[in-house]
Design a protein around this ligand. Structure first.
Ligand SMILES: Cc1ncc(COP(=O)(O)O)c(C=O)c1O
Length: 321
């Protein structure tokens, strides 16, 4: 990656991450020693699902929304998680505790179809039970991206149709997105802006994409892109706070002429877009993005406080979801 390049996942260096413990099927292992088999379905085929989540004040923000997506993804490819969402929460807590982690932490929770008897594709060859790995790092997105913004390039790689590999599957196999990112980098940008099969602007290779035009916030219909937890939260907070929001088809014509654009994802929350295909977006003033960022911070704080209050309540007074 060229030194001037940035990604939406740029984080401040944190020396504590050199000695973190990784969760591998119930064991906690130093990162240098953490291993999965070369026969693992994730390694051989990208046959697995993952979630990225953030820990704030001891709570995983929007935990239920992440678990809904994770369990739906696993169910749709007949990947047996082997535990319920409380089991996943316990595994996350065990890992956070072992690492002394409480806040400003990012985790990648990964589940694969497990170790195969032979290095071939058939899912029936995965006979060990699933492999569950949790990587948790101290992580704070770099501040510099907020003023500088991210540079996007529209790339030839498009989003897939749901009947090939549904782009809603947060699978280990991200080759479609990786190719898009490589194409963006070759065009001198940080991240790839991907179109849908009809040529409408859809999403980037790692985040969801929003534009602001005449005070209105626009994003794609939601077809062909990742059903981002942050995307859904931004749509909800616009609806709840009187910010006009539209999920609709639009083309590069409208994206180039936007007054603001931003990306959403669990890691970076909302990352401003500075330019698309070399064209600067707006004047650099970003009042709507700034307001959404403020409201989103409040939303995270409310979610974390509500989860913490629920867990502090006696078990018999908790309502089942
Ligand atoms: C392609 C893609 N788009 C968007 C997102 C953002 O999703 P979320 O807001 O749930 O982190 C991700 C994250 O996994 C992704 O891989």
């Amino acid at each position: 990656m060229p030194e001037s390049a940035h990604t939406t996942h740029d984080a401040d260096e944190d020396a504590r991450n050199r000695d973190i413990l990784i969760y591998v099927n119930g064991e906690l292992v130093h990162r240098d020693e953490a291993r999965v088999s070369v026969y693992d379905s994730g390694f051989l085929l990208g046959d697995g699902m993952w979630e990225g989540m953030r820990l704030y004040d001891g709570e995983w923000a929007f935990f239920d929304a992440h678990m809904d997506r994770f369990f739906d993804s696993c169910r749709s490819v007949s990947l047996d998680v082997g535990m319920d969402r409380d089991g996943i929460r316990a595994a996350l807590e065990k890992t956070a505790q072992a690492n002394g982690m409480e806040t400003d932490v990012h985790c990648r929770l990964m589940l694969t179809r497990g170790v195969k008897a032979k290095p071939f594709q058939h899912p029936g060859l995965s006979r060990s039970g699933p492999t569950l790995v949790i990587i948790m790092e101290h992580s704070k997105p770099v501040n510099a991206l907020q003023s500088r913004g991210i540079r996007l390039a529209t790339v030839p790689q498009v989003r897939g149709l749901p009947m090939s590999q549904d782009p809603k599957l947060n699978s280990h196999s991200k080759l479609n997105c990786v190719i898009a990112c490589l194409q963006a980098e070759q065009a001198g940008a940080d991240e790839g802006l991907m179109l849908d099969p009809h040529g409408f602007v859809n999403t980037t290779n790692a985040c969801n994409f929003f534009i602001v035009r005449r005070g209105e916030v626009w994003t794609s219909t939601g077809d062909y892109c990742m059903n981002g937890v942050t995307r859904a939260n931004v749509i909800r907070l616009c609806e709840q706070n009187g910010i006009p929001i539209h999920q609709k088809n639009f083309s590069l014509y409208e994206a180039y002429g936007a007054s603001e654009a931003f990306l959403t994802g669990t890691f970076g929350a909302q990352t401003p877009v500075a330019e698309i295909d070399g064209k600067p977006i707006g004047s650099g003033e970003r009042p709507v993005t700034a307001e959404i960022q403020r409201l989103y911070k409040e939303m995270v704080a409310q979610d974390v406080a509500a989860q913490s209050a629920r867990r502090a309540a006696p078990a018999d007074s908790r309502t089942q979801p």
